[in-house]
Ligand binder design. Structure first.
Ligand code: NI
Length: 188
């Protein structure tokens, strides 16, 4: 079976699983599962438009239910370069501003400038913990959205942090790889 067929089969299974759940969500994959450590396949149209829309709906609902501000496809067991983000909150001290729901397809980022920002973050796949991660304060984001429109933009502050965290997931990297583990704290 080709990688593309496996992605489609797994995606349709997730949509089916969510359809049988009262909240329309699927279970999160937790640290320790190899899918979180794999480099994802690029998304290259493995799904029909309606199938992709249905998968992204499932990811959106699952992210909201968690709740979280980002979710990458490996976190629902799907090794393909798709992520969703949405952050309703604002917090000036962290340069956090509301981010409307959006989809990242094959995202990549590069640092803009050499300034780092140090803030605590967590991950839905590493529940119960948070740690400080030094990340680029600003990044240049490229990739596509779910309609195939090219992304080419600069982000700063918390939105840049979310994009770095989710894009890292697609390369098999978890925030704990970059965190100052002496700051690791049990939360919630
Ligand atoms: Ni995460």
């Amino acid at each position: 079976m080709s990688g593309g067929d496996a992605v489609r089969e797994r995606a349709l299974r997730l949509v089916d699983l969510a359809a049988r759940d009262a909240r329309g969500i699927v279970p999160l994959v937790l640290a320790g599962d190899p899918v979180l450590r794999a480099v994802t396949l690029p998304y290259d149209g493995q799904l029909a438009d309606d199938e992709l829309a249905a998968l992204l709906d499932v990811m959106h609902r699952t992210m909201r239910a968690a709740p979280g501000v980002g979710l990458a496809a490996p976190q629902v067991g799907l090794s393909v370069a798709l992520a969703v983000v949405e952050d309703p909150l604002a917090d000036e001290s962290r340069e956090r501003v509301p981010v409307p729901f959006r989809v990242l397809v094959n995202p990549r980022y590069e640092a803009v400038g050499d300034e780092l920002a140090r803030h605590e973050e967590g991950c839905l796949s590493v529940p119960g913990y948070a740690a400080v991660v030094a990340r680029h304060r600003g990044v240049h984001l490229v990739g596509h959205d779910e309609r195939g429109v090219a992304l080419d933009e600069e982000l700063v502050g918390w939105p840049a942090r979310i994009v770095q965290h989710e894009t890292d997931h697609l390369g098999g990297t978890l925030y704990v790889d970059k965190a100052d583990l002496r700051t690791l704290a049990a939360v919630g």
